[in-house]
Design a protein around this ligand. Structure first.
Ligand code: CIZ
Ligand code: SF4
Length: 340
């Protein structure tokens, strides 16, 4: 059994993004567009970052997506430079898949509680202690942890890949998200030994408060990301990755949805389905125990201003040890080759 790798409140940064005036926003957008053109760079943003950054990625010919599509997009795009707005593992994945390109991020301080909660040396020892298991790691991990894995998965393909491995009779060592791991184990019946990390955002959605909210909106559909706790997942009409939540929101007949994932996704949800209503699932609230209030403090570091400054100053470049990169590429490539 591994120790609990969930982060303590004091380990999570406080982040309070600036509210921009229209004038400042426009000036920053112009600076960023100029920099992207000058550098022949493409902006690749995650669904959880600031809506302004998402809009700019789309307007300038880049993309907004989940980490799986971000990885593919960056690899296949012919730009020489990739600007990845998300958290560090996303920039690292882009660099691993495209070692010949330069990869920059608005800030390299944008971490992820799952990545922090899976220190490579301790994880290596865990793998050594369980040599009979196929090592499956979530994409939200460092390059060194990926380099120890047989498979990398994201929340879009994790279930399907574990199903495939289970059908081949393989026993699995899963890291780092204990909630996603438990959900997949329950769905597939696979033999999974779980690392004990958690996402500080999704872990805070509260079952009882969600039940109360459902009483207020009895016709609302409930959409839940599987990094949430089992009791919250049980209440869902659809469980899935960001892309799968977007799909469910357009396919399910409800006019209103309660959504348990980072609030960054609401930008896309509201654009994709302007006639539907999306309500944030309740967290611990503003009380002493709420660390994120449904917005990842590391994703929030990807602001227009940080992005403009990083581009102008040439900071935030991602480097990967080439040997680690080569090893991490193998399980990543397996995921990308896995039929969807
Ligand atoms: O894999 C991703 O993009 C994350 C972190 C969330 C999701 O479900 O898409
Ligand atoms: Fe990591 Fe959670 Fe933030 Fe995603 S939302 S980057 S899983 S801490």
């Amino acid at each position: 059994m591994v120790r609990d790798y969930s982060l303590k409140p004091a380990e999570v940064p406080l982040f309070d993004p600036e509210v921009l005036t229209a004038k400042k926003r426009e000036a920053l957008r112009t600076r960023i567009k100029r920099q992207l053109a000058e550098k022949n760079a493409v902006l690749i943003a995650h669904y959880y970052v600031d809506g302004d950054v998402q809009d700019l990625a789309e307007e300038t010919g880049g993309c907004v997506s989940d980490s799986l599509e971000m990885a593919r997009y960056g690899r296949d795009h012919d730009a020489e430079t990739l600007i990845v707005a998300g958290v560090r593992f996303m920039g690292e994945t882009a660099k691993i898949l495209s070692p010949e390109k330069r990869v920059f991020m608005p800030t390299l301080e944008a971490e992820c509680s799952l990545d922090i909660g899976c220190p490579p040396d301790e994880f290596e020892a865990f793998c050594r202690d369980n040599p009979d298991r196929t090592v499956v790691v979530y994409a939200n991990t460092s390059a060194r942890v990926k380099a120890l894995a047989d498979w990398v998965v994201t929340s879009s393909v994790g279930l399907a890949i574990v199903e495939h491995l289970d059908a081949r009779g393989e026993k699995i060592l899963w890291a780092p998200d204990k909630h996603l791991g438990a959900y997949i184990a329950e769905k597939t019946g696979a033999d999974m030994l779980l690392w004990s990390g958690a996402c500080i955002v999704h872990e805070e959605f509260k079952f009882q408060a969600l039940a109360d909210m459902q009483r207020i909106y009895p016709d609302a559909g409930v959409l839940v990301h599987p990094e949430s706790s089992a009791r919250v997942i049980e209440m869902a009409d659809a469980v899935g990755s960001t892309t799968q939540i977007l799909k469910a929101a357009s396919e399910l007949p409800n006019d209103t949805f309660i959504v348990a994932t980072d609030r960054g996704l609401f930008h896309k949800l509201r654009r994709a389905e302007p006639n539907k209503t999306f309500i944030e699932a309740p967290t611990a609230g503003d009380g002493a125990t709420c660390r994120s209030c449904a917005h990842c403090p590391w994703m929030a570091m990807n602001e227009l201003e940080t992005l403009a400054l990083a581009l102008e100053n040439g900071t935030g470049e991602v480097f990967i040890d080439p040997e680690i990169g080569k090893r991490a590429m193998v399980p990543l490539q397996r995921m990308l080759d896995f039929p969807r």
